[in-house]
Write a protein that binds this ligand. Structure first.
Ligand SMILES: [Zn+2]
Length: 340
């Protein structure tokens, strides 16, 4: 699953189209009716953690009265599923260095229906909300999810039948010049981004103090790191890499680590994520130190195991027993803080 840095890259691809009119729409999305997006203007785009949000508005300001509120019966509060069912078990075959699933998300969103029309003026009801900003589409990307600007994804290998079939985009937005194609993602209407930038590892507003408090708890740090309430955008690749960089065993309880160790871990979270993003923007690959590796950079045999987190999702974790020794509650860790 794409992690924070990939989402920032997607955001960058979308940015040039903000302000433009959607001329035609394509894609095989069943969740939304793509035709409803025609002749709407892409007004804004935002990224929070592992979600991309696009805001749409009418091309002309129709001056809809404030009394046209979103009908209550069309709103339902939902918890986003942690993963789609086919992603419950992690695979090791990431594509393009993408993480395989493992997002622990507690994000709540108001998921909206899409077919109803307002009986008074026959416009889609979601354009009649009291929200001045108009409706938002949220994109939650699957294992191989991606966004492409003015190009389609091509098959890189034959499928099981030997056919070279190009992947089908879930949604395509055609503008006057160019288009955006969205692949392997879950798309739904919502009232807007629901995640605070203070929890986003790539945001300037990322709240280190809040993140440190979360890490300090008596939980294995490998679970806390994936908690999107405190580390939005942090996925399995970042988790494995920063634990190795900080020389911390993935099952170490945060409460058994020193403040210095936790600060070091947090430093690596921020610097590794920013570095990965920088490489993505420059089109350079990110080479992993421990993720999906047989040996660590020091040549030690790497361990791999599937740990089941408290929320029931299994994620593959790689660690080096030499570089990341296990810490018992009686022996607070005093590991050497490493410099990058
Ligand atoms: Zn090692």
């Amino acid at each position: 699953m794409p992690e924070g840095p990939s989402l920032r890259k997607f955001h960058q691809l979308v940015a040039p189209f903000v302000g433009q009119l959607v001329v035609t729409v394509g894609g095989n999305s069943k969740k939304i009716n793509p035709n409803m997006l025609e002749m709407l203007r892409l007004q804004d785009s935002q990224v929070h953690g592992k979600n991309l949000y696009l805001n749409f508005g009418l091309a002309e300001n129709l001056g809809l009265p404030d009394s046209f509120l979103l009908p209550k019966h069309l709103q339902k509060e939902v918890n986003l599923p942690e993963e789609t069912s086919d992603h419950k078990l992690e695979s090791t075959s990431g594509l393009d260095g993408q993480e395989v699933p493992g997002s622990s998300s507690s994000i709540k969103a108001l998921e909206l229906g899409e077919e109803e029309k307002d009986p008074i003026n026959n416009t889609p009801w979601w354009l009649n909300t009291s929200q001045n900003s108009g409706p938002w589409l949220c994109f939650h990307f699957g294992m191989f999810g991606s966004v492409r600007a003015s190009e389609f994804s091509r098959a890189t290998k034959a499928n099981k039948r030997g056919d070279w079939k190009d992947p089908l985009p879930r949604l395509v937005l055609h503008f006057a010049k160019g288009f955006l194609a969205f692949y392997n993602c879950r798309i739904y209407w919502c009232l807007g981004p629901m995640v605070k930038p203070t929890s986003d590892i790539l945001s300037e507003e990322f709240d280190r103090r809040q993140a440190l408090e979360a890490l300090k708890q008596a939980n294995p740090v490998c679970y806390t790191l994936l908690d999107q309430r405190y580390f939005a955008g942090l996925g399995n690749i970042i988790k494995n890499e920063v634990l190795y960089l900080a020389r911390i065993h993935p099952l170490s309880l945060g409460s058994c680590l020193t403040a210095l160790n936790l600060e070091s871990l947090l430093d690596h979270v921020v610097s590794f994520s920013a570095g990965w993003l920088q490489k993505k923007l420059e089109g350079k690959p990110q080479h992993h130190l421990i993720y999906q590796k047989e040996h660590c950079p020091a040549g030690h045999q790497v361990m791999k195991d599937s740990f089941e987190s408290p929320n029931g999702f299994q994620r593959l974790t790689w660690w080096c027993p030499h570089c990341q020794p296990k810490v018992t509650p009686e022996e607070p860790n005093e590991v050497q803080v490493t410099q990058e």
